[in-house]
Design a protein around this ligand. Structure first.
Ligand code: G6P
Ligand code: ZN
Length: 582
């Protein structure tokens, strides 16, 4: 059949500004007439014509509610805009890291390569008819669109008058692998539905020593648990952990992807990954008899990760530092050395210490994975991570939840190589404590104040911006609150100049740097969909290895007190406690 192209008149819709990771709104916002269509057409119009006409686009996501309808609409709009072919993961499922891998690595049945992708996800936000949906565009390098493009998309949404759609194109059966061919006014248009895991699994096998990890998993002393929180990671977990690496089926928790994530909040942290936390012996009423040696969880789109040992939590900031410190020995992909390492500004300085001790290039970037992409494209960075449970490397241009788990399994397998039948395995906790003994420990915690009145949050930040310029005033508040906390020697509003393209990102959070290396950071979240979320990051460095074993909330209590006074948290927000502590 030959499909027709319709031009549909539309008018701009307010508020379509992409945030840190694309456009995220409640489903009820997305289902307004023309809402998705306006955004998709505005994206096409923001790209250079050759990135659209004749192009190959990936369209898939974490499988959340509305994804299936959205995929059909985007296919029809792609056809109408002259796209040559659309690739869809089976059942519309592709994790965010898998999309990045598919763009960079996959070759289509006809030899084609992808130019970009629409990723349908709101990441770690809940899903379902009353929850969140999201869409973001990734470029040819496999990474999120840079600000120049997302700004252009936003500008286009403010002036859009029409969009193109092939209304008579039949809905595609995305549950069956295969290629459907159509003929449009400009020639052939194909939709290829492919195995969601194949390309990603192949890439992981080229990075890690699967044989060695297999040996670890088959040791009777090693037990393992992976919680996908009903997100898209489930589509990969069975293939990788059970089929490739021989883990037991019973190691997988919540690994069936669901449109509403089983009603849960698919964010891998100590608050939301409740079942895993209990199984690992970290629950409030700890009844777990013999928790597994290793546990991990992913968020909805599987780019985030949480790493746990038996009754032990690894902070994401420590995790990236430990991976970087061990990568060359334990992970074949890095055997010839690291090009450099990078972290986001609020992430603890544990990685800085590793970089210094190993003489590696080091970068501190604003929050948001896209800032790592430029460094990686320029060959300056191999491993990077964020406090927000994101860890990854230059194998793709997104953070990668399953990669992080495989990295930890590799380190465990490497450290236990000669010891798999010994009395006791080297554990996650042993690895972390050994790391602290060598590099020192960064006590770290994050307080989140979610869904705060947006005006109040802005006022609080404005007050901090003002305060930041007067060290005298800051130190008098600090000393008034706690005489046992050291002086603030520097305070600023973080600004970043990209060393590759020279672009400048301003207003990236307020930092208070203390004489003893402690830090307090305040910033507003860029990923929420309602109200504002204030994040407070608290960190203290301890070099003395006899003092690295304290409870972190206890160790950080004085700094917390100081932070609440500096920011007048209660006064501005009315909140006497954070919503979530990680
Ligand atoms: C997403 C991005 C991360 C970023 C995080 C910050 O997950 O991909 O790169 O660290 O958002 O979220 P926030 O809510 O703190 O802006
Ligand atoms: Zn995510």
């Amino acid at each position: 059949m030959v499909f027709k192209v319709s031009k549909v008149s539309t008018t701009p819709i307010d508020g379509q500004k992409p945030g840190t990771s694309g456009l995220r709104k409640k489903v009820k916002v997305f289902i307004q007439p023309h809402y998705l269509q306006n955004f998709v057409q505005s994206t096409f119009n923001a790209l250079t014509p050759e990135k659209v006409r004749g192009a190959t686009l990936v369209v898939s996501g974490d499988g959340r509610y509305l994804s299936k309808d959205a995929i059909q609409i985007i296919i029809k709009m792609s056809a109408a805009n002259g796209v040559r072919r659309v690739w869809v993961g089976q059942n519309g499922l592709l994790s965010t890291p898998a999309v990045s891998a598919v763009i960079r690595e996959r070759v289509g049945v006809d030899g084609s390569r992808a130019n970009g992708a629409f990723i349908l996800t709101a990441s770690h936000n809940p899903g379902g008819p009353h929850e969140d949906f999201g869409i973001k565009y990734n470029m040819e390098n496999g990474g999120p669109a840079p600000e120049a493009i997302t700004d252009k998309i936003f500008e286009n949404t403010k002036t859009i008058t029409e969009y193109l759609i092939a209304e008579d194109l039949p809905n595609i059966d995305i549950s069956t692998i295969g290629v459907a061919n159509f003929l449009g006014p400009e020639g052939q248009f194909d939709v290829e539905v492919f195995d969601s895991a194949g390309d990603y699994v192949k890439l992981m096998k080229s990075i890690f020593d699967f044989e060695l990890i297999c040996k670890l998993l088959s040791s009777s002393k090693f037990t393992f648990c992976y919680d996908a929180l009903h997100g898209v990671a489930g589509a990969y977990a069975h293939r990788i952990f059970v089929e490739e690496l021989g883990a037991q089926e019973s190691s997988l928790l919540n690994c069936v992807p669901k449109e509403d994530f089983g009603g849960g909040h698919p964010d891998p942290n100590l608050t939301y990954a409740k079942e895993l936390v209990a199984r690992m012996g970290l629950g409030k009423s700890d009844s777990a008899v013999d928790p597994p040696e290793f546990g991990a969880a992913a968020d909805g789109d599987a780019d985030r990760n949480m790493i746990l040992g038996k009754r032990f939590f690894v902070t994401p900031s420590d995790s990236v530092a430990i991976i970087a410190a061990n990568a060359v020995d334990a992970i074949p992909y890095f055997s010839s050395g690291l090009k450099g390492v990078a972290r986001s500004m609020p992430t603890s300085a544990a990685l800085d210490v590793v970089a210094k001790n190993l003489n590696l290039k080091f970068f501190e970037v604003p929050t948001g994975w896209k800032f790592f992409g430029n460094l990686m494209d320029a060959g300056l960075c191999s491993i990077c991570g964020e406090e927000s449970f994101g860890t990854g490397s230059d194998h793709i241009r997104e953070k990668d939840g399953i990669w992080a788990v495989l990295a930890w399994l590799s380190i465990l397998a490497f450290k236990n190589k000669e010891n798999l039948n010994g009395d006791k395995l080297v554990t996650v906790e042993d690895i972390v404590r050994q790391h602290w003994a060598i590099h020192g420990r960064h006590y770290y915690t994050r307080y989140d104040y979610e869904n705060v009145d947006a005006g109040a949050a802005k006022d609080l930040m404005a007050c901090l911006v003002k305060l930041q310029s007067s060290l005298d005033e800051i130190n008098s508040i600090v000393k008034g609150a706690r005489s046992d906390v050291s002086n603030v020697v520097n305070a600023d509003e973080f600004e970043y100049k990209d060393p590759v393209d020279g672009s400048v990102s301003k207003h990236q959070g307020i930092r208070f740097l203390f004489e003893d290396g402690s830090r307090l950071v305040f910033r507003l979240s860029g990923t929420g969909s309602e109200g504002a979320t204030i994040r407070l990051y608290i960190e203290q460095y301890e070099k003395d290895s006899s003092k690295t074993g304290r409870d972190s909330q206890g160790a950080l209590a004085p700094l917390v007190e100081v932070a609440l006074k500096l920011s007048k948290m209660l006064e501005f927000t009315g909140r006497s406690a954070p919503t979530v502590i990680t």
